[in-house]
Ligand binder design. Structure first.
Ligand code: NAD
Length: 313
């Protein structure tokens, strides 16, 4: 019996890779409904899907920001039966808060938070009725730890983490599983799109020092971090497949072991000072970089921290 998997945001990046990986499953265990806002952007997915296209992979249009689009899409699925829902669609937002309009901030929440909630709300009642199903939510390490100049994006991911943490308890009673995937940096268009935005930005309302910290300190270090620690969308797809196929899927799934110390810091110091000062030193205090790198490495050697991630292999 094939499982029906519906994925949002499949025209690029992680969503595209999850769709293709599941559609290509050797045992043909999945029927993938790959959805995207604009079907004119289907070419890359169709090409990557190869001969699975229109066999184990079909396409539907779905805009997570529209009630009508979400309802129509789910209504067009046979018996509205979805076994696995993967909420992947998301947008980023970078920059000094002073120069971001309230409307742009709301758009991020509209997609990352309300978009995810909108799709879950449409699919979950049928899962609860059937006492079966698995909901996956693509969060981020930024759903667990704030990152400078990602203030609003981070907040949107924190919001969805809080939502899921609350939902998971109720869903357990209905035998519906809920899992968060929490990648660190991943090489996708997400990164490119944000860098393009940054290049266009004019920073109205932000003072010269803030703009300098953002452009000349944060951006270069962010590029270095992506290069040094970035995973591929395939890695995240493999992690997601593992979560789906686990007999007892975990609620939280960090994908990048290099990030577990960052998350651990938060729980190691309840005053919050350790996280704030470590990030401060990483960004502004080059002199103590060595010291911090050493303490992170020390944490990394602790196997209990490493075990906390899910690996692609
Ligand atoms: P991406 O930009 O390639 O993919 C995001 C997809 O969401 C795109 O296909 C986009 O068209 C789609 N989308 C945006 N708004 C939509 C809407 N209203 N309706 C339907 N689809 C919409 O980037 P990605 O890295 O593959 O991002 C996928 C998810 O992974 C996002 O939720 C993102 O927050 C998360 N994530 C990304 C990274 C990273 O570093 N790239 C790290 C952690 C988490």
């Amino acid at each position: 019996e094939q499982k029906v998997v519906l994925i949002t945001g499949c025209s690029s990046g992680i969503g595209l890779r999850i769709a293709v990986l599941l559609a290509r499953d050797e045992l043909k265990r999945y029927h993938v409904i790959a959805t995207m806002r604009d079907l004119r952007k289907k070419d890359r997915l169709v090409e990557a899907a190869g001969d699975t296209y229109e066999k184990t992979l079909t396409l539907l249009s779905l805009d997570v920001c529209s009630d009508d689009s979400v309802r129509q899409c789910i209504d067009s699925v046979k018996d509205r039966h979805i076994d696995i829902l993967i909420n992947n669609a998301g947008v980023g937002l970078l920059g000094p808060v002073e120069s971001i309009s309230m409307d742009d901030m709301k758009k991020v929440f509209e997609t990352n938070f309300f978009g995810t909630v909108r799709v879950i709300k449409e699919v979950m009642p049928d899962m609860k009725k059937r006492r079966a199903g698995h909901i996956i939510v693509m969060s981020s390490v930024m759903g667990l730890q704030g990152v400078v100049f990602n203030d609003v994006y981070t907040a949107s991911k924190f919001a969805i983490e809080g939502f899921c943490e609350s939902m998971a308890v109720q869903l357990l009673k209905f035998n519906v599983k809920l899992s968060l995937i929490e990648p660190g940096p991943v090489h996708t268009e997400f990164e490119t799109k944000m860098m393009e935005e940054v290049a266009k930005m004019e920073y109205p309302g932000a003072d010269a020092d803030t703009v300098r910290y953002f452009k000349d300190v944060y951006i270069p270090s962010s590029i270095d971090i992506f290069e040094a620690l970035g995973q591929t969308p395939e890695d995240i797809a493999k992690c997601t497949k593992k979560v789906i196929e686990s007999s007892r899927p975990r609620f939280r799934n960090l994908t990048n072991s290099l990030y577990t110390p960052i998350v651990a810091m938060k729980y190691a110091d309840e005053t919050g000072g350790l996280s704030v000062h470590t990030f401060y030193n990483l960004l502004f205090n080059f002199g103590s970089l060595m010291h911090i790198t050493m303490s992170i490495l020390k944490c990394l050697t602790c196997s209990c921290l490493r075990r906390r991630t899910i690996s692609p292999d």
